[in-house]
Ligand binder design. Structure first.
Ligand SMILES: [Zn+2]
Length: 224
């Protein structure tokens, strides 16, 4: 009986390991896989940067610009794994003007534009995730697509983070108004809320947020 069990383990375990390895591509390897030619290009816009720090908190000290870049890099990793081209409007702690961000997106002929920000409020109680799109009247198709993209992303980030949903909202922000492709601005949570802030600062939470954003983009592009 014991002999049979040993044989079973010896035969079955390597097989199980191979199957598991096939199912789960190592992220380190997958992020170096180049996107197939013709794959959609996603523009990732990490908010703020350089002298523009965005929202800040004192204890513990925390800067929006850093969290935007950390999260955007994680989104890029997941989008690369899903086979998309990614262009980032900044990939260091640099100041990039809003017109430059739009120019980068339009020059790269991006298919979608996703800006990543974090929120702040005078009320320490304010919490949750909201996603903005620009309801421009001159290009109804782009506006409608942006709204759909926003709700595809919102559903998935809420499911992963279990954060409070503040909904999809209309916003007239420069980067989502002036870009030529469907565009959204994700406000991934409140730095001003002590509880939410301590979650937001963790890699684990940023991974959930990033995965939700990447899944939302993927769902929108595949199902519309
Ligand atoms: Zn911001």
């Amino acid at each position: 009986m014991i002999y049979k069990l040993v044989v079973f383990i010896a035969l079955f375990l390597p097989l199980a390991q191979i199957t598991a390895a096939r199912k789960e591509k190592s992220p380190a390897i997958a992020s170096y896989v180049t996107a197939p030619s013709g794959a959609p290009t996603i523009i990732l816009d990490a908010g703020h940067g350089g002298t523009d720090m965005g929202a800040r908190s004192k204890a513990p000290y925390c800067e929006e610009k850093r969290m935007c870049l950390q999260t955007a890099r994680l989104v890029r990793k997941y989008l690369n794994q899903l086979g998309y081209h990614v262009v980032m409007t900044r990939n260091s702690d640099a100041f990039v003007s809003l017109p430059n961000r739009v120019e980068i997106a339009n020059q790269a002929s991006g298919d979608l534009f996703v800006s990543v920000h974090f929120n702040s409020s005078r009320s320490p109680m304010a919490q949750g995730i909201e996603i903005f799109f620009c309801d421009g009247k001159e290009d109804r198709v782009r506006s409608q697509s942006s709204r759909k993209l926003a709700s595809a992303i919102l559903g998935r980030v809420i499911r992963r983070t279990m954060a409070n949903s503040r909904g999809v909202k209309k916003g007239n922000f420069y980067v989502i108004r002036e870009t030529a492709m469907p565009a959204v601005l994700v406000e991934g949570g409140f730095i001003s809320n002590p509880e939410e802030r301590s979650a937001l600062r963790t890699r684990e939470y940023q991974e959930k947020l990033a995965r939700g954003i990447a899944d939302g983009v993927d769902h929108f592009l595949k199902k519309g």
